[in-house]
Structures are given as structure tokens and as C-alpha cells.
Design a protein around this ligand. Structure first.
Ligand SMILES: [Mg+2]
Length: 226
């Protein structure tokens, strides 16, 4: 296989629970605005529920800055201040998540050895900024390991979407049969990849769908002859 496309969350690493990160975010906003953290959180939950009800593929508004900003606007902050503070608050959130990211120490070496034989990229429906923060935590500089990242900023869609395969194939300049998609979800990424003619590897405790290969975690990737 010439090229490998990796999903990120739950494939290359696992995420900590978001609770402590959310907590830090609202405490930060309380300090900056004087509005009670619990009140901010309650309103924010309503904003998020409303966004989700409008449909999961409503991608522009799925970012955390948007929901934080809407919350601040509700409490009477002006547009400019709400925008700046929501961006800072989301940074506080991601810093906490990234600090507690769960990953195997071997991951770096595994990816490095794959890079010797294949061209690598990451295709995730994260937004670029937070994805880079996570990958840099594990790899130091993600650019030393992957040629490029394809994110929701590029696809303008969330998974499942063909764009997460199409864009990497275009960038690598290869046919689907020359690429493999490695991800943790059959429904969100591998089903589409397989339908398009890519090879698929499921990284999941549980087997699901009809992947070409199945491993329980990223460390077992080295057992597959890609
Ligand atoms: Mg994933």
C-alpha cells in the first residue's frame, strides 16, 4: 500500500473525559465576566442542545467557539468581547484535554516505522487547531510524521463523508486501491472508504462492520502487512 490515511480521535489516541476541561472553561469565563460559572454552563448546554437538534451535519456551528460565543451574547456581552472571550475559553478547554490525552508511548515509533515505507496523512472531522494541538502533544511536531492533515475546515462536512478519502487521494495523487484507511469506526469512516475501493483497518476493542483488517489498538498495526 502506498498511502495510509489515519483517523485521529480513538485511533491514534484516546480522549480524557471532558468534565474537568469544561469546568476550567467556565471558571475562566466567570473570572473574565463576573457571570456565575453554573449559570454560564446551564445556558451553554441549552445552546448546544439547540445546535444538535438542528442536525449533526450543521458543521459550521459545531465548533466550541460558536456555542461559547452564543452563550456570552445571551448574557449581554457585545459581539467583539464575546468572540474574543469564547476563543480564549475554548483554548483553555483544549489545553486541559491535550494535557490529559491518553496514548501509548509506542505510538510515535510505530508511526515513524510506517513512514519509512508509506506516505502518511491524518483525516479527522476535528477542526484544525485542536487537532494540531493533540497531534503535537504526541508527536512533538506532527509534520515530522504526516505529510498533511485533512480536517473539517477542508471537507466542510463531518463524517461519514467521501471527502475524507477523496481529498487525501487527490493530494497524494493515487488511486483508491493504493491507499488504506485506518480508523475506529466502521460507520463513520471505514464503510465509505471500503465502498470507494480503499483497504480498511478497524482499530477498536470490538469488531464491527466488514473491515479488511481488525486490530484492538494501534500497537497491533505492526502485525499487519500493509
Ligand atoms: Mg475516531
Amino acid at each position: 500500500m502506498k498511502c495510509i490515511i489515519f483517523d485521529a480521535d480513538h485511533t491514534l489516541y484516546d480522549l480524557p473525559s471532558v468534565e474537568s476541561a469544561e469546568e476550567k472553561k467556565f471558571i475562566f469565563l466567570q473570572e473574565k465576566t463576573g457571570i456565575d460559572a453554573d449559570k454560564l454552563r446551564d445556558k451553554w448546554r441549552l445552546v448546544v442542545r439547540d445546535i444538535l437538534e438542528k442536525g449533526i451535519r450543521y458543521y459550521e456551528k459545531r465548533n466550541r467557539e460558536y456555542s461559547a460565543k452564543e452563550t456570552l451574547l445571551y448574557f449581554g456581552l457585545d459581539e467583539h468581547k464575546a468572540k474574543i472571550l469564547s476563543e480564549k475559553a475554548v483554548e483553555v478547554f483544549w489545553k486541559e484535554i491535550v494535557k490529559n490525552l491518553k496514548f501509548y508511548p509506542e505510538t510515535k515509533e510505530i508511526i515513524k516505522s510506517l513512514k519509512e515505507k508509506h506516505r502518511l496523512c491524518v483525516a479527522s472531522d476535528e477542526f484544525r487547531k485542536s487537532l494540531e494541538m493533540k497531534l503535537d502533544r504526541i508527536f512533538g511536531e506532527w509534520k515530522d510524521y504526516f505529510e498533511f492533515l485533512v480536517t473539517a475546515d477542508d471537507t466542510k462536512e463531518l463524517k461519514p463523508s467521501k471527502r475524507f478519502c477523496e481529498i487525501p487521494l487527490e493530494k497524494f495523487g493515487v488511486e483508491p486501491s493504493q491507499a488504506v484507511f485506518i480508523g475506529d469506526s466502521w460507520e463513520r469512516e471505514l464503510a465509505v472508504a471500503k465502498e470507494m475501493g480503499l483497504k480498511t483497518v478497524l482499530v477498536n476493542e470490538r469488531r464491527e462492520g466488514e473491515p479488511d483488517y481488525w486490530v484492538k489498538d494501534i500497537r497491533e498495526i505492526t502485525n499487519i502487512n500493509l
